[in-house]
Structure formats: C-alpha cells, structure tokens
Ligand binder design. Sequence first.
Ligand SMILES: Cc1cc2nc3c(=O)[nH]c(=O)nc-3n(C[C@H](O)[C@H](O)[C@H](O)COP(=O)(O)OP(=O)(O)OC[C@H]3O[C@@H](n4cnc5c(N)ncnc54)[C@H](O)[C@@H]3O)c2cc1C
Length: 380
Amino acid sequence: MGTNSRIVVVGGGIAGTMTALNLQRRGEHVTLIDRWEPGHSRAASSDYNRVIRAISGRDEFYTRWAREARQRWLELQAESGQNLMYECGALILATEGHCDWEDSTSETFDKVGVPYHRFNRDEIIARFPQFKVDDISYALYEPQAGLLMAHRCVITAIDLFKKAGGIVQRGHVTTDVNEKPMLDGKPLEADVIIIATGAWAADLFPRTIKPLSTIIGINVLYTSTPDGSDAFDMANMPCWIDHGQGSFGIPSSEGSGVKAAVVIPDKIDIENDERLIRQQSLVRTRSYIQRRLPLLEGEKIVDSKFNQVIITPDTHFIVDWHPQHENVLFAGGCSGHLFKHGPVFGDFTAGVAMRDYATADRFKVGARKKLSPKESPSGR
Ligand SMILES: Cc1cc2nc3c(=O)[nH]c(=O)nc-3n(C[C@H](O)[C@H](O)[C@H](O)COP(=O)(O)OP(=O)(O)OC[C@H]3O[C@@H](n4cnc5c(N)ncnc54)[C@H](O)[C@@H]3O)c2cc1C
C-alpha cells in the first residue's frame, strides 16, 4: 500500500510516464503535467522506434539495468497486448584499430551473463549481407537486443497510468528566480514534484541543471527498402551500432523504412526551431548509407526526425533532489540512452521519490567529469 502522497510529475516523455505509472501503482495520487499532448513530436521520446541493448562498454550498472528493463518491457507488452518490443538483435561493429569499447563490452557480457556471439568479418557477411564491412575487425551480436516502438510505448504507459487512476493534465510549468516550480503563476503544491522535462530542464533550472547539460540535435532519416525485397526488415536484419562512423540504425519496423542516424552534434533551439532535417545531415547520412549499406543506394528518404537530447558530462542520468527545494526531484539527463531503461528508471525514481533509498552516486546533481570513451557507457 502507498502512503497516499500527492505527487506531481512534470513531463510526459518516457522518464515521466514510467515514473508516474510506478508511483500510481504503489498507491500514491499522481498528476502528470505536460505542455503538450503526451506522444507529441517535440519530445525526445517520440519517433517510431528506439534501440534496446545491454551493450554498454565496461559499465555493468547500465548493462544490468538494460537486462532488467528487457524483462519489464516484455511484461508490459503481455499486460497491454500492444507490440512494444521486437527482438531483432543488435550488432556492434568494431572498427579496426578502435575496438576498446567493444572489447570491454564482451568482458562485461561474460561477467553479467548476457548472451552474445562474436563474429569475424566473413561471418558477418554470411549472416548479414546488408552490411559492407571492409573496415570492420569483428562484430558483437546480442540476440536478445532489439527495438522498442517508442511512441507506442509512451502512449501505452499513459494508458496504463490512467487506468490505474492517474490524472493527465495540460500545463506549462515555469520556475521563479529561486528555481521553485510554478504553474499559472502560483507555486506548484504537492508532497513531491518530479521534474522529468527532458532537455527543457536546462532552461527551467539555469543554476542547477544547465551547468550539467549540453543539448544537441540529432537528425534521423528513414530510407525505403528495395522494391520486392525484405532483406532490410527487422525479421532479417538487426539494429546496429557503428561507433567508427558515429552512427547507429534500426531495420525497417512495421513499414518504417530503414533508420540511419549519423550523429553530428547539431545546434538546436528547442523552443523555436522547426523540426526539419538539416541539409548537412542529409548529405552525410546518404554517404554513410552508400559506404555501409550499399544495397540501399538510390533508395528514397521516406521520413525524417529532428530531435534533441540533453547530455551530461559523464553521460549518466540525473535522479536527485533539488539542493534548495526538498520536495523537488529531478528525473532525466537522458544522455541519449534513457529510453530503453524506461521501466527500470521509473521504478528506481519512484523509490527515491518515496525516500525508500537514496539515489545512486552516479545520478547526483553536482560536479561531474567527462569519462574516457573506454569508461563511458555509450562509448562517446
Ligand atoms: C534521435 C535519437 C535517437 C535515440 N536513440 C535511442 C536509442 O536507440 N535507445 C535509447 O535507449 N535511447 C535513445 N535515445 C534517447 C531517448 O530517446 C531519450 O533518452 C528519452 O526519450 C528521454 O526521455 P525524457 O522523458 O527524459 O524526455 P522527453 O521525451 O523529451 O520528455 C520531456 C517531456 O517534458 C515536457 N515538458 C518540458 N518542459 C515542460 C514544462 N515546462 N512544463 C510541462 N511539461 C514540460 C515535454 O513536453 C516532453 O513531453 C535517442 C534520442 C534521440 C533524439
């Protein structure tokens, strides 16, 4: 049984919805407030799909979280009857001469017990002829990785939250000069206020969150699959991570087309920019496709997304209390890898909110330092 606390969660992306759902199910009274309709396209959590993989370099913490999250997504899928996750596997391509992160991933997998295969170049070509791999030394294949239907995951979580008695409200939360959360010009009143506003947290909390944040735009293109061929469908192709080329991608899922993202950190004004793909990115993605997925050359762009992420110096999330307001808890700092962890992140944050335990050291607000690519969970 819960403590009947009144909780406000600000932000209806994956961090906010999963936290709200967990708290409501614990028996608290939760209101979730968002500026726009949950599932809207400005949120980082929108888009057709996101990769779920345990692959995190030498970082055991996120490796374990991702494994636990996979289990929770499967449970949410069974409960809701929605197709939330497809286990098409994930392939990390280790570029010759730059394999530190991939080498440490296999050590972590051995330790944690994550199933994987190591393929040499010939084996990659035999299994996944979609990829051209002349510059690749080897690949790690994680068969229980795959993709989450991101938009559907958010909408399903909102639906389950409402069914559990949670309230969803439209509103624009602001802060006063002391970073106190306000709604309609009045202080927000609740036992706990959880700030899950994604990249918007930086401007809302200029003293506490902004110094920890860099906001970057990421362009993603969807390319049509070859006429009459299912080689690039998720049934025949895994998600992939290609650090050597600063890229990752997802096979065509439910007709989406093949998603390729070449991560060129791009400026974005999250309040004012149109969410239109940048020309530079179009050119870079096309040349990436030509190099890595030559059978897609000449295929057409069928969709695109321009979205933001908020990155902390060490790429660890932020789950911590505001240093001045004892009932305000931050839940975000996505650093480009939060989606997959959604159910575990929500459960963990709910426990911190109800003061069952303190947050993890890595999630604290405060001085952080950049990690070397070898130490980093994302390899960046
Ligand atoms: C292109 C791209 C690819 C990615 N790929 C992956 C991947 O493969 N795997 C993975 O795990 N992660 C991936 N990520 C990261 C993942 O999508 C994010 O970490 C995650 O979606 C962040 O969720 P969030 O809830 O913190 O933020 P958001 O989804 O941005 O949600 C924030 C919400 O807060 C609301 N809000 C903001 N300000 C206010 C306010 N003042 N008042 C009220 N409401 C407010 C917004 O409207 C929004 O709905 C990717 C991200 C991008 C952009």
